[in-house]
Write a protein that binds this ligand. Structure first.
Ligand code: URA
Length: 338
């Protein structure tokens, strides 16, 4: 395995861990033998046994269990060269073949997002031309924003939002990824395609809803060659006024919060467990909010039950908006053929 492949796997592992944490996963299984091996001193690079072709000395296990990862959520770059082989193993295979001990992933960040006053009433709604003008002004300010200096330096675009400024339905995601940063539009990468499918399955289009993120800039990844990272609480609080202003302008009848980070950003909470809150209506300044899984979670977990859960959340949204629902739509993902 080349060092570039290794870095890509390492980055993918970091990303996977961060996603698990944002999905509310707090523990990972690890074999005692693996734990002991990970605690062993790192072999010197001129040690022939440390070459990437050397046989692993421990049972294949995801490197997500490395001590650095547990401590910080961001493994250092000096990990032992034997890890790539272990990382290449499928998580499921590894999980199934091990007798796990349970170890905590890193704890949630200490920095709290200032609490949003989610009961503050919205201002009187604008007429359509006023909404267009207000969103234009917001866009101009966001495009020039440098409040998060490292993000502003690293970005290709400021990804403000897309859709109808008078939409009845607003989808809120986390932050732009690489594709979104490149194209300047939210949800255009793989997760975006999944979101577009969901919107279309509801009988809507991207043009008739509004799509925005908590963060308008892609979280910078200076220590990663690949993948995205979860926004930091201080980045979310810095950027949140833009989303709040978007909500004041659009005044949608329903907001769909895509994943834990969207909920954390909207409600100013340090840690939300999406598995606990999904499907239960919340209220943001009088607007009903439906929390559901992030589309990237559906991509990672292709199970029928996860798809059905998200779809049930969308059916509830459609009912709330009095959108027509066919029998076919009601039955989506109820059986393997669906
Ligand atoms: N994930 C998000 O949360 N937002 C995007 O715009 C893209 C991926």
């Amino acid at each position: 395995m080349s060092s570039q492949d290794y870095v890509r796997l390492l980055d993918a592992t970091i990303q996977h861990l961060e996603r698990l944490r944002s999905d509310g996963v707090k523990f990972l299984p690890i074999a005692p033998s693996t734990l002991a091996a990970l605690g062993a001193p790192t072999p010197k690079s001129n040690d022939p046994k440390s070459s990437s072709t050397a046989s692993p000395k421990v049972a294949p296990t995801p490197a997500t269990n490395s001590p650095q990862t547990r401590a910080t959520g961001t493994p250092g770059r000096t990990a032992s060269p034997r890890f790539p082989e272990e990382m290449a193993e499928s998580f499921d295979t590894a999980k199934a073949s091990l007798t796990p001990s349970i170890l905590p992933i890193s704890s949630t960040p200490a920095v709290l997002i200032p609490t949003t006053d989610v009961s503050r009433p919205l201002p009187p709604p604008l007429e359509h031309p006023g909404k267009i003008a207000a969103m234009h002004s917001l866009r101009e300010r966001a495009l020039a924003c440098t409040r998060c200096a490292p993000l502003a330096k690293a970005r290709k675009s400021v990804v403000v939002g897309v859709g109808d400024v008078a939409a009845r339905l607003l989808f809120v995601g986390e932050a732009p990824g690489e594709e979104e940063d490149a194209q300047g539009e939210p949800f255009v990468g793989a997760a975006g395609q999944k979101l577009t499918q969901i919107i279309q399955a509801m009988g809507l289009t991207r043009e008739t809803v509004y799509i925005a993120n908590v963060l308008k800039c892609r979280p910078d990844t200076p220590s990663q060659a690949y993948g995205n990272r979860k926004p930091r609480p201080e980045e979310m609080s810095t950027c949140l006024p833009y989303l709040q202003e978007q909500i004041e302008i659009i005044q949608p009848q329903v907001i769909v919060a895509l994943g834990a980070t969207a909920m954390e950003g909207l409600f100013g909470k340090a840690s939300v467990f999406i598995t606990k809150v999904r499907g239960d209506w919340q209220s943001f300044r009088g607007i009903p909010v439906m929390p559901t899984y992030h589309p990237s979670y559906i991509l990672r977990n292709q199970s029928l039950s996860v798809k059905r859960q998200v779809w049930e959340d969308m059916l509830a949204v459609m009912e709330r908006l009095s959108l027509p629902i066919s029998d076919k739509q009601r039955g989506f993902f109820l059986n393997p053929a669906g």
